[in-house]
Design a binder for this molecule. Sequence first.
Ligand SMILES: C[S@@+](CC[C@H](N)C(=O)[O-])C[C@H]1O[C@@H](n2cnc3c(N)ncnc32)[C@H](O)[C@@H]1O
Length: 256
Amino acid sequence: MNAVLQNSQAESGSCRTFSSPTSLTLSGGPPPGPSPALPHAYQQGIQDFYGRDFIITQDVLIPRPETEQLIDAVLNLAGKPYLPGVKPSKRQLPKSPIILDVGTGSGCIAITLAKELPEATVYATDISKPALKIAQKNAAKHNAPIVLIISHLLEKVNNVDLPIPDVIVANLPYVDETWDWLDKAALAKEPSIALYAPDHGLRLIKQLISQAAALHIKYLVLESDPCQHNKVIKYAESHQYQLFDVRGFITTYKLI
Ligand SMILES: C[S@@+](CC[C@H](N)C(=O)[O-])C[C@H]1O[C@@H](n2cnc3c(N)ncnc32)[C@H](O)[C@@H]1O
């Protein structure tokens, strides 16, 4: 496990924070002239994620390129090739896994996984009703058979509304309002419920880990800033989750 860590930002403690939304464009770089007040993705109403266009409004976070590695991490768990020339791990998930995306926003993660892993059953939750409406539109646009449910973290996972998943994926809010490198003005147009969390940005991630451990969920694939990784890894280990993989902003855990 340490070998994995030594090669990651987790050990160096470097912080990157995710891409500024003003730098995100459909293609061909930012529009000419001064930075628009509204990020280009909101102006266009669309943002690329993992090669597909997603409908975006100010009800949802603009999908970030760093989150695409979360898709690679799940394909790796499923033993599927995700990058030319890179051999995936031995398959860890069942052949037809149940995947739950917590904090789905635009639905970009859940829909991409449903398209890339058609044998999977994909559920997606969010606490925000307006966000779920956008995710629903994106699911229809991409003809992706995902099930959308309003829920605070895992509170609806009870085998009635939502079965116990084989893997949870989550890009929950993890921005710490006190980070001194934070460009709050650049984030001002995005919903704060999608960005900020108390306890140095880690409250929701920690709550999710505790809830997942109580439900004996086998794999967790989580996004956080690399400077938070050591804290997340420690918290996960204290809940019997061992670090399985680190790539960029994404850490993967296996229940032991
Ligand atoms: C960082 S955004 C991620 C959106 C999308 N998954 C992506 O990667 O672009 C976090 C999402 O978590 C949702 N969220 C915030 N608090 C939540 C909670 N307690 N339970 C479930 N979802 C929550 C927000 O509404 C938001 O859509």
